[in-house]
Design a protein around this ligand. Structure first.
Ligand code: KIV
Length: 267
């Protein structure tokens, strides 16, 4: 997998199937199952470390898990595109700090880094992009600011909030972001954003089946999530006998557009 192929998929409407991964075994399984991209998400703070938010995840944690995922993909055959999250506090201080953090993640083997938020972030994205760092942005429900957002809630519901999100998305594309995660936004807004962006693929999570691709937290799609699952999650393991088959079913469902189902998994 490479950026050119991902952009071709975005342009041609072929859906991009992404999953999170945190260790080498599951990364290798997902890669063998045909997942296009793996996100070493800072959701690992919740699913691996047992924290109640992503805020406690450090850059050292992200580097450690990125290395493990890279090893798993190298041991497999498909070479999924690897994105690593920049954790909270690793890019907010200055553009130089962001460059230093991104460097560590790229040195650990990531192909691209992801950071959250719109508005102020476009200068950081531009700074990184101009220096050869590929950036995935993240708008909508941004877990690193969950307390400021007042909880895990759908974002961009009213006209004003939707307009701001669309503006931030176009600014981030102009700044050089090549991918954009849209988390928990109404399907109509995800559609508008996806249509507006030419050189930036949108990856939805709780944003309907109108984006260039989909991502789910691996534990959630395997039915291993703890607590109440959000509406947009589907357990792919319940109808399959192995984890790899469940992942394969996820990839097929994303590619054929049957996941997410707009009635059950979107708002
Ligand atoms: O950290 C993560 O896993 C993420 C996804 C939920 C998009 O950011």
């Amino acid at each position: 997998m490479n950026l050119h192929r991902l952009m071709q998929m975005h342009a041609s409407g072929e859906k991009i199937a992404m999953l999170t991964a945190y260790d080498s075994t599951f990364a290798a399984l997902a890669d063998r199952a045909g997942v296009d991209s793996l996100l070493v998400g800072d959701s690992l703070g919740m699913v691996s470390q047992g924290q109640d938010s992503t805020l406690g995840v450090t850059l050292a944690d992200m580097v450690y898990h990125t290395r493990s995922v890279v090893k798993g993909v190298q041991a497999s055959e498909n070479n999924a595109w690897i994105i690593a999250d920049m954790p909270f506090g690793s890019y907010q201080v200055s553009k130089d700090q962001a460059m230093q953090s991104a460097t560590q993640l790229l040195q650990a083997g990531a192909h691209m880094v992801k950071l959250e938020g719109g508005g102020w972030t476009h200068e950081t994205v531009e700074f990184l992009s101009q220096r050869g760092v590929l950036v995935c942005a993240h708008l909508g429900l941004t877990p690193q600011t969950v307390f400021a957002l007042g909880g895990y809630k759908v974002q961009g519901r009213d006209e004003q909030a939707a307009g701001i999100l669309l503006k931030h998305a176009t600014e981030l594309e102009q700044a050089g972001a090549c991918m954009l995660v849209l988390e928990m936004v109404p399907k109509d807004l995800a559609f508008k954003v996806t249509q507006a962006l030419k050189s930036c693929a949108t990856i939805g999570i709780g944003a309907g089946n109108v984006t260039s691709g989909q991502v789910l937290v691996m534990h959630d799609m395997l039915g291993a999530g703890i607590g109440k699952m959000p509406k947009f999650v589907r357990n792919f393991l319940q109808d399959h006998h192995s984890i790899e088959d469940a992942m394969r079913a996820y990839v097929s469902a994303v590619k054929e557009g049957s996941f997410p189902d707009n009635e059950r998994h979107a708002w």
